[in-house]
Design a protein around this ligand. Structure first.
Ligand SMILES: Cc1cc2nc3c(=O)[nH]c(=O)nc-3n(C[C@H](O)[C@H](O)[C@H](O)COP(=O)(O)OP(=O)(O)OC[C@H]3O[C@@H](n4cnc5c(N)ncnc54)[C@H](O)[C@@H]3O)c2cc1C
Length: 313
């Protein structure tokens, strides 16, 4: 980034929250990724709006970062400004509705706050690393409660409205339909809108039942998913293939447990790649390419990555 742009950004943004040449790896659940030229931590709606407007006006490339749980950052980092969304705040509007800052973490903070008021709808997403903004971007989802687990629950089911900064710079309140939610999809994949706050409409439910649901989901995750502290990852790498399962296809090709560099196709769940210590983005990219090529040539299915690729590789 040009030094003049750096200086101008620093002038326009709150100096305390700006830093330079910051490694992004610790800000992602993969623990992978080179430095951002500029990192800005936006802690209020007005800081977030101001940062995005400044980046657009100066034509500085920017990336909005939540908990970094659905991305792979390149080894050479990001040329431009990473805006870390730390807009917190949980405000109960009435007996059903809660307005939340887009940088609020879904688990544990938001889930605990709502469940302890006997409000259900978010408990399904226990144990998933995500900000509220990231959850809207991706339409966060998980299986319905035990014992049947017969359907997938999506966060869209409890979204009432949201305040956004549109890609053309307008502040708007939009309803759920605006997001055109789908599986792993919202309109945010196409439009560079920024979610500022989200209002959820939740259902009163006995707290004990919600806590039971949470315990069962955490047990399910413990059995099937890598422990993030031991095996950093970004969750599922490839999009779901209805009725078949991307992980099952990779497993059928004998790639479960395959290691390249310091990354591994997880030995318990082949749709997850884990960092076994000091992995680089190039190691993960190699495994992604390998899984795609092998599954296509042996079984004829095309695997599409679900995660976002950020910065220079
Ligand atoms: C161990 C593990 C388990 C997981 N399990 C699940 C699961 O069961 N179900 C599931 O659905 N996902 C799962 N995931 C994936 C991940 O948790 C979700 O995709 C999550 O919503 C990502 O949120 P984030 O805040 O980390 O977003 P990030 O990864 O930081 O960003 C993702 C995208 O969202 C955009 N974004 C972030 N904030 C905003 C905002 N305010 N406005 C507009 N865009 C924004 C970013 O720019 C980026 O494009 C899992 C991940 C891990 C590591």
């Amino acid at each position: 980034m040009k030094p003049t742009d750096r200086n101008e950004l620093a002038r326009r943004l709150n100096g305390e929250h700006v830093s330079y040449d910051v490694p992004l790896a610790p800000m992602t659940t993969f623990r992978i990724g080179g430095p951002a030229d500029v990192l800005y931590r936006a802690t209020t709606v007005s800081e977030l709006v101001n940062a995005i407007r400044a980046a657009r006006e100066l034509e500085v490339p920017y990336f909005l970062l939540g908990t970094g749980a659905n991305i792979l950052v390149g080894d050479r980092g990001f040329r431009g400004m990473v805006i870390k969304s730390e807009v917190r705040g949980i405000e109960f509007l009435d007996e059903n509705r809660v307005r939340v800052g887009a940088g609020e973490v879904v688990f544990p903070d938001l889930i605990n706050a709502t469940v302890s008021r006997g409000l259900g709808g978010l408990q399904h997403y226990v144990g998933i690393p995500s900000t509220v903004g990231g959850a809207i971007w991706q339409n966060l989802h998980f299986l319905s409660p035990p014992p049947d687990r017969e359907r997938t629950c999506f966060i869209e089911e409890v979204v009432e409205s949201a305040e956004i900064l549109t890609e053309s710079g307008e502040l708007r309140t939009v309803d759920r339909a605006y997001f055109e939610f789908g599986y792993d999809y919202s309109i945010l994949h196409e439009r560079r809108d920024t979610v500022l706050t989200v209002t959820f409409r939740l259902e009163p439910q006995p707290e004990e039942q919600l806590r039971y649901n949470m315990r069962e989901n955490l047990k399910w995750r413990d059995d099937k998913h890598p422990d993030l502290w031991l095996y950093p990852s970004a969750g599922s790498i490839f999009q779901k293939i209805e009725g078949i399962g991307a992980g099952r296809l990779i497993d059928q090709c004998g790639l479960k447990g395959h290691i390249y560099g310091n990354a591994q196709i997880f030995h318990k769940h082949a749709n997850i790649i884990v960092n076994v210590g000091g992995a680089r983005a190039e190691h993960v990219r190699h495994l992604i390419d390998l899984a795609q090529r092998t599954v296509y040539s042996q079984l004829g299915y095309e695997l599409k990555p679900e995660i976002g690729f950020v910065g220079e590789f």
